[in-house]
Write a protein that binds this ligand. Structure first.
Ligand code: DG2
Length: 248
């Protein structure tokens, strides 16, 4: 049996401000840093050790990983970064406040934009500074693969090849792996691992900074999964994520 740990980054500045973030490279808040430290402490207390870690190329995920590894006294752990683990590109919504957007367009529309599997928000324009083609870190990504918006289906399409080509082979070779990424890139990966339907994935919300352990069989099929830590607090955090799209 293999164990894989998935973790959404700690609270970011735009999580705090309730803004659609996507590929915007915002940093962690002080709370987010504490969450990352607590996650590392929890992993250590529970006997977890890692031979390899992966993160997106966004600093909220990278810093979460650094802080967690630091608190585990494991900063020597090799890290692989990939744009394929980035958050879903939120298109023209990036930067907008989620509650204000719900007031303007209605909660149902915001739910569609946040959680519909195959419907993407409007794209950013070609010459919009939010177009990733202006960001040097994506210079070697083929232009036709760089998104200007995404739905979860699009995110699945770029996360799964990374699972198949990088994460899964590492696990099969016996390395113990930690993946630090984002609400929607992890929803994409979990949808693939657990075979969740397009309808049911709508209800999955991932809390910030909480290690999620997957036990996998020899074919890397999930046997069971569980969050480490305070289950009530985690349930409340998941509900809070769901509520972020309410008009209030
Ligand atoms: C959030 C997820 O991404 O938002 O892009 O706004 O995980 O990087 O904080 P993260 C964003 P929701 O889809 O839950 O609204």
């Amino acid at each position: 049996m293999y164990k894989l740990v998935l973790m959404r980054h700690g609270e970011s500045q735009w999580n705090l401000e309730n803004r659609f973030t996507g590929w915007t490279d915002v940093d962690l808040t002080e709370t987010g840093r504490q969450q990352a430290k607590q996650a590392g402490d929890l992993l250590k207390e529970n006997g977890f050790e890692f031979d390899l870690a992966f993160a997106s190329v966004l600093k909220r995920a990278i810093r979460t990983l650094w802080i967690a590894l630091d608190s585990m006294d494991a900063m020597h752990t090799p890290i692989g970064l990939s744009w394929r683990l980035n958050e879903r590109h939120y298109g023209a919504l990036q930067g907008l406040n989620k509650a204000e957007t719900a007031q303007k367009y209605g909660e149902d529309q915001v739910l569609v934009w946040r959680r519909a599997y195959a419907i993407a928000p409007d794209p950013v324009a070609e010459d919009d500074p939010r177009n990733p083609r202006f960001d040097a870190r994506y210079a070697r990504v083929p232009a036709d693969q760089l998104p200007r918006t995404e739905c979860l289906q699009d995110t699945v399409a770029r996360v799964v090849p990374f699972w198949d080509e990088s994460i899964a082979p590492a696990i099969r070779s016996g390395r113990r792996v930690l993946v630090t990424a984002h609400g929607n890139s992890l929803r994409a990966l979990i949808k693939h691992l657990d075979g969740i339907s397009d309808e049911d994935i709508v209800h999955l919300n991932i809390p910030t900074g909480q290690p999620l352990v997957y036990e996998l069989d020899e074919n890397l099929r999930p046997i069971r999964h569980y969050y480490l830590g305070d289950q009530e607090a985690i349930a409340a955090q998941m509900q809070a994520v769901a509520n972020q799209g309410k008009a209030q």
